[in-house]
Design a protein around this ligand. Structure first.
Ligand code: C5P
Length: 229
């Protein structure tokens, strides 16, 4: 059941329009990054945290980590141009472990129950990712005209965490780098190797803090969970 987690935290968060790394914005008076880190700090099965960071933000992040008593961080390598590069720089620094999770630092509402399901499935099958079923009617559109209504039953909205056997993800990342393939998630890299990737039904609460509206939703989720009065 043990695992280590890679948290890419080196984005610029342009869509948030905060003029700073969105992970430093506060939810319930605590940076989003700390909310995410605390989930893994408090999960007894997590044995190590790897954070990809911007070099100019490393000192500040190290200070935050100390201030909030996060003790599981094993390394803070430089992030890259794209999220995939940030993840890869962590994978390259890690020692071999059985299971590695990749989780957006910008998704602070992940639960230990979902993490445990993902780790279990990855131990059995090699690769398992979090997702939720599409709620709305889904249509393919070209030049403003509907081309097709897609069967919703087969459509999932994909989130993180994404859990893998370490050697499988490391190989997928290396191959992608070699051929210059850029995916929008880690599962795409593993799918390219022809390896099946399983889905674990997660939660609509597992939002990625992307725009200002997400901060309002985030406060509501915390309130629902009883963290705010
Ligand atoms: O921009 P977006 O919210 O999709 O990024 C998802 C996560 O990946 C964030 O936690 C962000 O900090 C991280 N990221 C990164 N390196 C990049 C781009 C994004 O670590 N080059």
């Amino acid at each position: 059941m043990q695992y280590e987690v890679v948290l890419p935290a080196a984005g610029s968060g342009k869509r948030m329009g905060a003029g700073q790394n969105k992970l430093f914005l506060l939810l319930e008076n605590k940076p989003i990054l700390i909310h995410t880190l605390e989930v893994f700090q408090n999960d007894e099965y997590c044995t190590g945290i790897w954070l990809a960071v911007k070099p100019e933000e490393r000192e500040f992040i190290e200070k935050l980590i100390g201030q909030y008593g996060i003790t599981k961080v094993k390394g803070l390598p430089d992030g890259g141009e794209e999220r995939q590069h940030s993840v890869h720089s962590c994978i390259k620094e890690m020692e071999q472990v059985e299971i590695v999770l990749v989780h957006d630092a910008a998704r602070p509402f992940i639960t230990r129950e979902i993490i445990a399901s993902l780790v279990n499935r990855a131990m059995e099958s090699g690769a398992a990712i979090a997702g939720v079923k599409a709620k709305d009617t889904m249509k393919k559109v070209r030049d403003g005209i509907i081309v097709e209504t897609v069967d919703r039953e087969s459509l999932w909205m994909i989130q993180t965490p994404q859990a893998f056997r370490f050697d499988l993800l490391a190989e997928a990342e290396d191959v992608a780098e070699k051929v210059g393939f850029l995916g929008t998630d880690e599962a795409m890299l593993v799918e390219r190797l022809g390896h099946p990737v399983h889905i674990v039904e997660a939660s609509y609460d597992n939002l990625k803090m992307t725009t200002k509206e997400d901060l309002v939703l985030g406060e509501a989720i915390l309130r629902k969970r009883g963290f705010l009065v």
